[in-house]
Design a protein around this ligand. Structure first.
Ligand SMILES: Nc1ncnc2c1ncn2[C@@H]1O[C@H](COP(=O)(O)OP(=O)(O)OP(=O)(O)O)[C@@H](O)[C@H]1O
Ligand SMILES: O=P(O)(O)OC[C@H]1O[C@H](OP(=O)(O)OP(=O)(O)O)[C@H](O)[C@@H]1O
Length: 238
């Protein structure tokens, strides 16, 4: 049985259902809106598992589901070395969002990351603590800042309503996902003039260990080509 993990609510769930329907596979919730059980029509040997988008990376890596739909941001954030456990089967063309660093709009002198780094350097001596960046993307933000040699900051954990932390004075800056930019604007925040930390979209992933004839048949039914993806160490060995 191929267990397919799909986000259990909202636009991500609906667009995932539409994506599969366009490929002849009908996914649906089997009960009421509150029941997290699902049904699959049009494919043999596939079971639908409705899960939180944030839990799908871990469930895939643990082998509790063979296929899963979630954002590339969540996979890269939650799984160190994600590509040794997972294979990307198909970007799905929705759920586009950029992970960005934003500062208060009134920080007129803070346009790019160099300005931000200079402000962060001075911040500690002026305030007695390191400049705070609120985010739920700890791994990705740390890696990005460290690659650009920015070190004078601290991350404060924010699992939701992150853009509100600046007005609430629990952070000076935020790193979060944005798509229309409306939430940032409404909270008087401005994106640094830099490429995004990550461009994310909803993607169909497979557990690397589950790749085999059954999964390949289902992928072919969806019109997908299985990527030729040796595990990272095999690739390195040539
Ligand atoms: N405004 C947005 N536009 C497009 N995609 C978004 C937006 N906000 C979040 N996403 C994407 O949707 C996916 C799920 O986001 P998130 O972790 O916020 O889920 P959630 O709806 O809070 O679910 P849960 O609470 O069940 O984990 C992520 O991959 C994220 O990049
Ligand atoms: O650029 P925009 O189109 O305004 O979208 C960005 C918002 O969407 C997401 O929040 P979500 O609604 O998923 O809630 P959250 O605060 O729980 O993350 C994200 O965390 C931003 O807050």
């Amino acid at each position: 049985m191929i267990r397919l993990g799909v986000p259990s609510k909202g636009r991500l769930m609906e667009q995932t259902f539409d994506w599969f329907a366009e490929r002849g596979v009908r996914l649906s919730r089997s009960g009421s809106d509150r029941e997290y059980a699902g049904r699959v029509e049009g494919a043999q040997g596939v079971a639908l598992v409705l899960l939180s988008a944030g839990e799908i990376p871990r469930e895939l890596a643990a082998g509790r589901i063979e296929l899963g739909v979630t954002g590339t941001d969540l996979v890269r954030e939650k799984l160190a070395g994600w590509s040794s456990d997972l294979v990307e089967l198909a970007p799905m063309g929705f759920g586009h969002a950029d992970l960005i660093l934003a500062v208060p709009d009134c920080w007129r002198d803070c346009v790019d990351l160099d300005d931000f780094a200079a402000i962060a350097r001075d911040f500690r001596s002026e305030h007695g603590f390191r400049l705070r960046i609120a985010t739920k993307y700890h791994r990705l933000v740390r890696a990005w800042l460290s690659a650009q040699e920015v070190a004078d900051y601290q991350l404060v954990d924010s699992q939701g309503a992150t853009e509100g932390t600046v007005a609430n004075q629990t952070a000076e800056a935020i790193a979060d996902i944005t798509s229309s930019g409306e939430t940032l604007r409404a909270n008087n925040l401005r994106i640094l003039d830099e490429p995004p930390i990550l461009r994310s979209q909803a993607t169909l992933f497979a557990n690397r260990g589950a790749v085999g004839p059954a999964l390949e048949r289902f992928a072919a039914q969806l019109g997908l080509e299985m990527p030729d993806t040796p595990a990272p160490q095999e690739a390195a060995q040539g």
